[in-house]
Design a protein around this ligand. Structure first.
Ligand SMILES: Cc1cc2nc3c(=O)[nH]c(=O)nc-3n(C[C@H](O)[C@H](O)[C@H](O)COP(=O)(O)O)c2cc1C
Length: 204
């Protein structure tokens, strides 16, 4: 493994739980691949532009000027150059933050990262490991420890499906749930996340 692309989304800097756990995760991944270079694409610091008229028209008309895809090409090439992808993200309103959706809209591109075929959309990217690290204030994978029903989860099925669409199928998800519900719950979330980390990438 030569290059790890690390996509970060939280705007909360050192207060962020997803960024905090990502550091631990990347340290472990680096232990497994000591020569790998980590390339950070910080979507909170530099949000991709949202889909505008030029981009929409270029998607719909293959004869349109390639300039409309300049940003998209940069982001897709970063992805193509990576041997592994790490996405650290908050849950925002049951799904991905807007900056992550903006990135997805740039990298999931017809005739480039997927093809439309009679059998449906077929991804064109080579598969590689994708690690998704999620921080959420409450619980979505099941009820809370006190029995509050699980929130809807449009984050994990959406990210999995959209990454599958471009050919990325080797997906591993670690969620820190309940991180805003007091120190004991935060400690529990980190401890469970570390157990998942040890299963996915055993300590070395
Ligand atoms: C705009 C916004 C929406 C949020 N929506 C949810 C939500 O739907 N479900 C949830 O469990 N937590 C939600 N939270 C809480 C965050 O997931 C939580 O604060 C988490 O720690 C954010 O990740 P970070 O610490 O890496 O920034 C939301 C927070 C914000 C700011």
């Amino acid at each position: 493994m030569q290059t790890i692309l690390y996509i970060s989304c939280s705007p909360r800097g050192s207060a962020s739980h997803s960024l905090d756990f990502a550091e631990e995760f990347l340290t472990r991944l680096h232990q497994h691949h000591p020569t790998a270079r980590i390339h950070n694409r910080d979507l909170a610091a530099n949000p991709p532009t949202v889909v505008d008229a030029a981009f929409s028209n270029a998607i719909l008309d293959p004869a349109s000027p390639p300039e409309a895809f300049t940003q998209s090409e940069t982001l897709i090439r970063e992805l193509e150059d990576a041997d592994a992808l790490v996405i650290a993200t908050p849950m925002h309103n049951f799904t991905v933050p807007a900056v992550l959706k903006a990135w997805i809209d740039q990298i999931v591109r017809i005739h480039r990262t997927f093809k439309s075929t009679p059998a449906g959309k077929v991804g064109t990217l080579q598969d590689r490991p994708v690690y998704i690290l999620i921080a959420s204030g409450g619980w979505f994978s099941g009820p809370s420890p006190t029995g509050t029903p699980a929130q809807p989860d449009f984050l994990t099925p959406y990210l999995t499906t959209i990454l599958n669409t471009i050919g990325l199928r080797d997906i591993h998800i670690i969620a820190l749930e309940g991180v805003t519900r007091g120190p004991a719950m935060l400690e529990r979330a980190v401890s469970l996340a570390r157990q998942s980390l040890d299963r996915i990438l055993p300590p070395r």
